[in-house]
Design a protein around this ligand. Structure first.
Ligand SMILES: C[S@@+](CC[C@H](N)C(=O)[O-])C[C@H]1O[C@@H](n2cnc3c(N)ncnc32)[C@H](O)[C@@H]1O
Length: 557
């Protein structure tokens, strides 16, 4: 991701024990609805008058209320503390007043500020009339105002100054305290949002769909490279927030549609890109106990049993993809007793689509239940209520024979291939975002391998990818290494164990000789029959090409 942002849950962030790809609401100490998730008062969403939003945007920019400006104002420690939902350092750093501190207090720290101060930074009358702010106390500049929504500065990939509008207290994982969340609360940007934005293939396309748009972050990214963006959500508040996020960020408006899953785009032209950070949490369907007000939180639960929502999304995506189009989503999936999780996921992939599915993390069912109980604030609900709710999660997992839950990324590409390439793998190690180009490269490499038989492979020239290093592992002082590992320092940061022939082969791949000739030379060197070596090595070469260690050199002779 470009720029800096205030995400409390950047993927890989060490400051949370939530999975890197958890939906936006996940925070170990995120304040939330304590006893029940419901709260009857659903605040209104500000109006999106284009001219007045443009003036608000100009005011935010003029005050330096940007991701970079925020970091500069707060300094590293307070900035990082805010990212952990700790507001005290940021409150201290903004005590002095001035335009930027005023905006930070209003839109990120949920503080009241004197109306006269707000008027010095913002078009106050418009902001009050459109509902961005509400007045407190005297109805003039002697009174004070507070914000009705969070506005979070967010740096775009090319240095753009963007803002994500979300429900109050939700921009930075509940900084300032949400109190009680209503069922349809719309969250800001979380680790899952930035993970998906980072892995998305960013090539120019005609039509993009953001399914489950929330506060609009994926639609905002898609608007940079798609001629037309459709954003859907089952929650009409989310669509209203997306409209504000796009307008405030100066992006073209999206076609906003209310409805569940693909329902709002049924019968429409297919899409070149579908992205979704869906409500993937696998929560119990039954009420935990009689009289318990625990409700569904729309941002994280789709109301279907087990992982049916993610499965349905994947299975149905093929119908809505244009030829060559990508569908990229985050998902949770169950590991069930007596079933191979990889086979389960393979069975979801629709006909005519290649797929790359990466499991980034696995949690046992107790860890998983605790994570989401805390996300909803159930740990604050009193011992008995908490235990009943916890038991409800375990009951349903046990009924389905669920032993663990996987978190990860699913990418489909509509290739129309008769024998689609479906790769399901576990890669829990750190990666280097953004990975969009790597995702596109993955599918291009699979096409190449599908179209190239072993004889043709040996006639081709290869080059070792940049940033690949060789590691030798063995006992100190030993003459020969026990094994050799090739390691990428970019992208997926893969590591691949190779034998001495593989290491030697990769080491001389500079594009100048065909693979077969290199193998003949190695055979001579190690005293092996070249015919046998030519016969057995293509499998290893395929693996290295498939993982991006070796790149075919086009048009080499
Ligand atoms: C985890 S949030 C993702 C928000 C945003 N796209 C992001 O990346 O941060 C999931 C969104 O899906 C929406 N949603 C829930 N159930 C849905 C359904 N059945 N169909 C479509 N959207 C749904 C929620 O309202 C919420 O806005």
């Amino acid at each position: 991701m470009g720029g800096v942002s205030t995400s409390p849950r950047h993927p890989g962030s060490p400051d949370t024990d939530a999975p890197a790809d958890a939906p936006s609401g996940t925070g170990t100490d995120a304040p939330a609805a304590a006893a029940g998730h419901g709260s009857p008062a659903v605040p209104a969403v500000p109006a999106a008058d284009p001219d007045r939003v443009a003036r608000l945007r100009a005011a935010l920019l003029a005050a330096g209320f940007t991701a970079d400006g925020l970091l500069e104002l707060l300094g590293g420690p307070a900035y990082s503390a805010l990212a952990r939902s700790e507001t005290v350092p940021a409150l201290r750093a903004t005590r002095g007043g001035g335009p930027l501190p005023t905006l930070v207090r209003l839109f990120l720290l949920q503080q009241s500020v004197p109306a006269s101060r707000a008027a010095a930074v913002l078009p106050l009358d418009d902001a009050l009339a459109d509902g961005w702010l509400v007045g407190e106390g005297a109805a003039d500049e002697a009174g004070s105002v507070r914000a009705t929504v969070d506005i979070r500065p967010y740096g775009g990939p090319d240095g753009q100054d963007w803002w994500i509008v979300a429900d109050l207290g939700c921009a930075v994982g509940g900084a300032g305290g949400i109190g009680a969340r209503h069922e349809d609360v719309v969250l800001g940007v979380g680790g899952a949002s930035t993970t998906l934005a980072g892995i998305t293939v960013r090539k120019p396309v005609a039509r993009a769909l953001d399914l489950g748009t929330g506060s609009g972050i994926q639609a905002l990214h898609a608007a940079q490279h798609a001629t037309r963006v459709t954003a859907t959500d089952v929650n009409p508040r989310a669509l209203a927030f997306t409209r504000l996020t796009l307008a405030l960020s100066g992006a073209p408006g999206a076609d906003l549609r209310e409805g569940s899953l693909f329902e709002p785009v049924e019968g429409e032209e297919p899409y070149d890109l579908i992205v979704s950070n869906p409500p993937f949490v696998i929560a119990p369907q039954a009420a935990p106990a009689e009289g318990d007000a625990a409700g569904r939180l729309t941002y994280r639960e789709g109301g279907m049993s087990g992982d049916d929502l993610c499965r349905t999304l994947v299975e149905r995506a093929g119908e809505h993809l244009a030829d060559g189009g990508y569908c990229q989503l985050l998902a949770n999936w169950e590991h069930r007793e007596g079933e191979d999780w990889q086979e389960r996921l393979r069975s979801w992939v629709p006909a005519g689509c290649d797929a790359w599915i990466v499991q980034r993390e696995v949690q046992d069912i107790a860890q998983y239940a605790e994570l989401w109980l805390r996300d909803a604030g159930d740990h604050l609900a009193g011992r008995d209520v908490y235990e009943a709710r916890y038991a409800a999660w375990l009951d349903e997992f046990e009924q389905r024979g669920t032993t663990a839950v996987g978190f990860g990324w699913i990418t489909l590409r509509k290739s129309g291939a008769e024998r689609p390439h479906v790769q399901v793998e576990e890669w829990p190690h750190p990666v280097e975002q953004p990975l969009g180009e790597e995702v596109e490269g993955h599918f291009a490499r699979q096409d190449f391998l599908r179209d190239t038989d072993d004889a043709a492979l040996l006639d081709l020239h290869f080059r070792l990818a940049d940033e690949v290093v060789q590691e030798q592992v063995g006992m100190p002082g030993a003459e020969d290494p026990e094994h050799v590992v090739l390691r990428q320092n970019r992208g997926m940061r893969r590591a691949s164990k190779v034998d001495t022939v593989g290491a030697g082969f990769a080491g001389v791949c500079d594009g100048s000789l065909p693979a077969g000739r290199i193998l003949d030379a190695i055979a001579q060197l190690v005293g092996e029959d070249p015919v046998i070596l030519r016969d057995r090595t293509p499998e290893a070469i395929r693996l290295l090409v498939g993982q991006g260690f070796l790149r075919p050199v086009p048009d080499a002779d």
